[in-house]
Unconditional design. Structure first.
Length: 228
């Protein structure tokens, strides 16, 4: 009985056989993966259109007195024109081109297409109407781009606007304003934890708190003030 002819097994870079039993070479897998990565990069670049404008967000304090601010704006003492007033936000147009600006009661402001100088002017204008303003080093800000699109979304740090309706901008602005406000709270929590770290560490090592009743009361009062 004759033995079957020896057939070489495929190398690691090849796989598959033809109908005749001979192996058919395929391109190395590493080259296929590299090609797929390049194609993915090209697709991502093509899907990222040129920005149509910018959106600036800043949290400058605990609260903005919208009623007083609106009153001053209406008297034309600022380079701002009020468009709509709601319970928690004032929608305005600012500067020569009537750029969109949203003032939120919880201490944040969002401006669309503002220059750096205009951002500073807005912040300076708000100083008299901000309760518990943040220090310069504590102010939280963020910048994003926006483009015109056929689908509402935020993708790759870019806002996709579908219409020129101010309420669409307001919806995005509210989310951005809440985001920087949350960052302020997170920084405050981190600072508080760091400043009181010695208290739980003392309890862990000695079972005692090396603070007087008066000092403990002060710490509790500080926490309540920050909570408010």
């Amino acid at each position: 009985m004759s033995s079957a002819p020896y057939q070489q097994m495929p190398d690691s870079d090849y796989e598959g056989y033809s109908d005749s039993g001979q192996h058919q070479p395929k391109r190395p897998l590493r080259n296929a993966k590299k090609r797929a990565d390049i194609q993915q990069t090209i697709r991502e670049q093509n899907e990222r259109p040129e920005p149509s404008g910018t959106v600036w967000t800043s949290c400058i304090g605990n609260l903005i007195q919208l009623e007083k601010l609106s009153e001053v704006i209406k008297k034309q003492k600022l380079n701002i024109r009020v468009e709509r007033i709601f319970s928690e936000v004032v929608f305005a147009r600012a500067f020569e081109r009537g750029k969109y600006v949203f003032f939120f009661r919880f201490g944040s402001v969002v401006g669309w297409d503002l220059t750096t100088a205009e951002q500073q002017q807005i912040k300076q204008s708000l100083v008299p109407y901000v309760e518990k303003p943040l220090g310069k080093e504590d102010i939280e800000e963020d910048d994003m781009n926006y483009v015109w699109s056929d689908k509402r979304q935020i993708r790759k740090d870019t806002i996709h606007l579908v219409t020129s309706d101010s309420f669409e901008r307001l919806a995005y602005s509210y989310g951005l304003a809440q985001s920087v406000k949350l960052s302020v709270f997170e920084n405050l929590v981190d600072t508080t934890i760091e400043s009181t770290r010695n208290i739980p560490e003392g309890l862990m090592t000695s079972g005692k708190i090396r603070l007087s009743r008066e000092d403990i009361s002060r710490k509790i009062g500080q926490l309540f003030v920050q909570r408010c």
